[in-house]
Design a protein around this ligand. Structure first.
Ligand SMILES: Nc1ncnc2c1ncn2[C@@H]1O[C@H](COP(=O)(O)OP(=O)(O)OP(=O)(O)O)[C@@H](O)[C@H]1O
Ligand SMILES: [Mg+2]
Length: 461
């Protein structure tokens, strides 16, 4: 089988992408707030500065012997309201500075009419925002161009903008930190149906071939459909194989029985010792083959029913009692006593055929591998959430072979060559127990013999 390549976790990718997106959003928010605030405050301040410059320009009047600029007190009070800013002005008439700061830089392009133009220049160790307004005045009866510059430092505005920027940064960080738990939550809620589906599929036993009916997100529907069709095909193939085994076993058993009868008849009629020995060997082989065919049939049935997983309520006490009664004649033939003790009612959930097959094989082994005139103890009792049936014999024991090995198919012990068997009994027991969520163990018994223990889940009342 090729190694399955693993892609990075979708959940982790989603979380990282959501976080990256939130970081981008937070940064954009920061810049948008900062730039927007700066622009808005600049536009407001410019409007006030432009209005003051226009007011100044309107105060400029020609008078006798020159010009008069009477700056109304209200003009600058507007600007003073902006905070601790310094104000500079310059008034040029016909290219000559008539009042104010001569070195206050003029605009690169002279303003055309009364509409002010704005520009920022470094002046006296700070940046000054200047509004320039042009008009014409009458000097000595002639029109002369006048240029009015009104400048204002913007230190207060810078401080306000920096403050706003800090707030915007804090807001961005807040957005980002809120996005972290939010992305975790989104990733979790998005993946929870997928997690539940994976868990439902993962929880299944290796023999569970029922279709996956768990609700799946639409994107997973093709995957689940493919899985179900695969399970369906596997189920079909398995049941075909099992049917084949069952039919083959059945077809072998009938001629074997005929052959055995003939051999027995011949044995009765034959007087020659060599032929009789060969006929006895033939009968034994036919018995072995018939037994193997029977066990194969049982095994196929167990596999099939385990796949069906068609569980129902089963009374283990009754079932154990009935099976012990059914095997009592076989025990009697060896003068073996079967002692049965059942504690309380034992309602379990499972398949009667599977439980019967398991118990029959356990009891069969105990009788088969016990010496004549011994006693086999059969106990059934509740043990926590499980019903536990133990079959303890005083037989030949396991000869130190671990039970894991004996449970394998066609595997027999090292001390049983004289007893007929196919090595499938314990495989059947273990498969049946496993299919129903139970367990089976075979351990040496104190004082000699073997103890087989079968545990099956009790029905929850
Ligand atoms: N009660 C027991 N006492 C001693 N040995 C046992 C007992 N039960 C099982 N074993 C050992 O475990 C082996 C496997 O048992 P299993 O029932 O699978 O096969 P089997 O009895 O040999 O054949 P069959 O398929 O006909 O039952 C046996 O061959 C035997 O060696
Ligand atoms: Mg057996």
């Amino acid at each position: 089988m090729g190694k399955q390549a693993r892609l990075p976790s979708l959940r982790r990718r989603l979380i990282w992408q959501l976080l990256a997106l939130s970081a981008v959003l937070a940064l954009s928010l920061y810049f948008a707030v900062r730039v927007g605030a700066e622009r808005a405050s600049e536009a407001t301040l410019d409007a006030v500065l432009g209005a003051a410059a226009q007011a100044m320009a309107e105060e400029l009047r020609s008078a006798e012997g020159g010009l008069v600029i009477a700056i109304a007190p209200g003009t600058f009070s507007m600007l003073a309201a902006m905070g601790e800013e310094r104000i500079f002005y310059r008034v040029d008439v016909a290219g000559q500075t008539v009042t104010g700061y001569e070195d206050l830089p003029p605009p690169e392009m002279p303003p055309s009419a009364l509409a002010p133009i704005f520009y920022t220049v470094p002046f006296r160790e700070s940046d000054v925002r200047i509004a320039a307004v042009a008009r014409s005045v009458r000097v000595d009866g002639r029109a002369a161009p006048a240029l009015i510059l009104l400048g204002q430092t913007r230190e207060g505005q810078g401080a306000i903008a920096a403050n706003l920027g800090n707030r915007a940064a804090a807001l961005g960080l807040l957005v980002f930190f809120v996005a972290i738990p939010l992305s975790l939550f989104v990733a979790r809620s998005l993946f929870s149906p997928i997690d539940r589906l994976a868990e439902a599929v993962g929880r299944r036993g290796p023999r569970d071939l029922r279709p996956v009916l768990h609700a799946a997100p639409a994107e997973f529907a093709p995957f689940v459909t493919a899985l179900n069709s695969f399970i369906g095909r596997l189920r079909g193939t398995l049941s075909q194989t099992e049917t084949f085994i069952a039919e083959a076993a059945h077809h072998i058993r009938t001629p074997l029985a005929v052959m055995r009868n003939d051999a027995e008849l011949a044995l009765r009629q034959s007087g020659e010792e060599g032929t009789r020995a060969r006929l006895r060997a033939l009968i034994r082989s036919a018995d072995d083959a018939a037994r193997s065919a029977g066990q194969l049939l049982d095994h196929a049935t167990v596999l099939y029913r385990a796949d069906q997983a068609d569980w129902a309520a089963v009374d283990l006490a009754d079932l154990t009692r009935a099976l012990v009664a059914r095997l009592a004649p076989a025990a009697e033939m060896k003068d073996i006593g079967l002692q049965l003790r059942i504690d309380g009612p034992l309602p379990a959930v499972g398949d009667v055929v599977l439980i019967e097959a398991a118990l029959r094989n356990i009891l069969d082994n105990a009788i088969k591998y016990s010496a004549d005139e011994t006693v086999i103890d059969v106990r059934a009792a509740a043990c926590g959430t499980m019903a536990r049936i133990t079959v303890s014999d005083r037989g030949r024991g396991l000869d130190g072979v671990p039970h894991d090995r004996l449970k394998r198919r066609f595997r027999r012990g090292t001390n049983v060559a004289d007893v007929a068997g196919s090595g499938l009994g314990l495989t059947i027991v273990a498969e049946a127990a496993g299919a129903m969520g139970g367990s089976f163990s075979l351990t040496p018994r104190d004082g000699g013999g073997t103890c087989a223990a079968l545990s099956l889940p009790l029905a929850l009342s």
